[in-house]
Design a protein around this ligand. Structure first.
Ligand code: PGA
Length: 249
């Protein structure tokens, strides 16, 4: 049985004081969660968030990281920096990084390898654009993105990663993949993992992301292949996020 994981992706939102307020509201609402609960925050919020979540079931994640250990990479953060800041998870290859910051499958793979080596759990984002789905490329594309991202990991390492299937057309648009579409494509991703890593595929947790909210989380989470959610907009309100954590409207 895979333990579900609900992760918030705050994106470029929340100053440290706003972050402290949000997690202070969130912690008591999710205390009895049956799933893993993660908030992926801007790096400037780590200290404030850590003070509040210390000793609770809410875990800290970052939104990106660089693959090199250190050096002349202005503006970037290393795995060791994240680790020492109390970070356990890191989103990698988010479609906004791919679209606006030139992230490629190859650089996502480098980041994944560095994160796993450092003992961080990557949340690897894959997903098709609207035109890919319309052209019938979804399955090939998400399979390719997934296998490139994982390339170089052992089957045991693959078991511990989290993958987020996020159809790009559903992110921040209010459009959600239907429960069946999301379940089917996540099944395709799992079979791609199986084709290289065998039964390790049964341990990999694969989330759905893209306009997931209290009103649609219950039926998405009822799908057999969907092991959680990566939540953008709805993670910025403690009450909404906690409802998703409980898979309930
Ligand atoms: P959304 O974002 O929930 O606001 O659609 C999801 C994401 O980008 O991870």
């Amino acid at each position: 049985m895979r333990k579900p994981i609900i992760a918030g992706n705050w994106k470029m939102n929340m100053t440290p004081s706003e972050a402290r307020k949000l997690v202070t509201e969130l912690v008591p609402l999710v205390r009895d969660a049956a799933c893993d609960v993660v908030v992926c925050t801007p790096a400037v919020d780590f200290a404030a968030v850590n003070e509040v979540i210390k000793g609770t079931n809410v875990k800290l994640g970052a939104e990106n990281m660089h693959w090199e250990a250190s050096g002349a990479f202005t503006g970037e953060l290393s795995a060791a920096m994240l680790k020492e800041s109390g970070v356990e998870y890191v989103i990698l290859g988010h479609s906004e990084r791919r679209q606006y910051f030139g992230e490629t499958d190859a650089t996502v793979n480098k980041r994944v390898l560095a994160a796993v080596k450092a003992g961080l759990t990557p949340i690897i984002c894959v997903g098709e654009k609207k035109e890919d789905r319309e052209a019938g490329y979804t399955n090939a594309l998400v399979s390719y993105q997934t296998l490139i991202a994982l390339s170089g990991l052992t089957a045991d390492e693959v078991k511990r990663v989290v993958i987020a299937y996020e159809p790009v057309w559903a992110i921040g648009t209010g459009l959600t993949a239907t429960d069946e579409q999301a379940n089917e494509t996540i099944g395709v991703i799992r079979e791609a993992v199986r084709s290289v890593y065998g039964d390790a595929a049964d341990d990999v947790r694969i989330q759905y992301g893209g306009s997931m909210k209290p009103a649609n989380c219950k039926s998405l989470m009822a799908q057999p292949e969907i092991d959680g959610g990566l939540i953008g907009g709805a993670s910025l309100k403690a009450e909404d996020f906690s409802k998703i954590v409980h898979f309930d409207a």
